[in-house]
Structure formats: structure tokens, C-alpha cells
Design a protein around this ligand. Structure first.
Ligand code: ZN
Ligand code: ZN
Length: 86
């Protein structure tokens, strides 16, 4: 297990599935696309639409390509867990 990155900040979270531990399996809030209080990732940093994330469950670090520009709306959606319809 890696140590938590010094940039890990509980005030900056993102609701993205972890490619390593897939801990959202069988979780109702996650399946419903809501901002689950258990399954979130530390948002370490970002470069454009590329997010640098760390999973608090397994400490896996990876980059996630969002294919979105880092617009204000995008960031609000990502960091509050709200998702557009559909
Ligand atoms: Zn994980
Ligand atoms: Zn969950």
C-alpha cells in the first residue's frame, strides 16, 4: 500500500470509480449516481481535463481522462457529485 499523497485533501474529492479495487460494487448510492459518502477519491491535481486521483480505500494512484474541458460547471458537477440527467 502506498502512503496517502501529501496533496490528498478531504476538501477536494471526486466521484470516480477506482480502476484498482472497484469498491462501488453493490453500493446503492453509487449505482444511483449520487455522491456517495463512502466511495470517493482524493483529487490530487489536474492538468486540463486529466485528473490525478488517489483512492482512499486501496491508495491506488491513477490519472482519469474526463474528455471535458475544466469548466466551472464541470468542476461543480465533479466535486458535488451531481450529474446531468441521463
Ligand atoms: Zn481503490
Ligand atoms: Zn458508494
Amino acid at each position: 500500500m502506498l502512503p496517502l499523497d501529501p496533496q490528498a485533501d478531504i476538501g477536494r474529492r471526486a466521484w470516480v470509480a477506482c480502476p484498482n479495487c472497484d469498491d462501488r460494487q453493490g453500493c446503492d448510492p453509487c449505482a444511483a449516481g449520487r455522491s456517495c459518502s463512502t466511495h470517493w477519491r482524493y483529487l490530487l491535481s489536474n492538468t486540463g481535463s486529466l485528473l490525478h486521483l488517489q483512492c482512499p480505500s486501496c491508495t491506488h494512484i491513477w490519472t482519469h481522462e474526463t474528455h471535458f474541458g475544466a469548466t466551472r460547471t464541470f468542476w461543480q458537477r465533479l466535486t458535488t457529485g451531481l450529474r446531468p440527467p441521463g
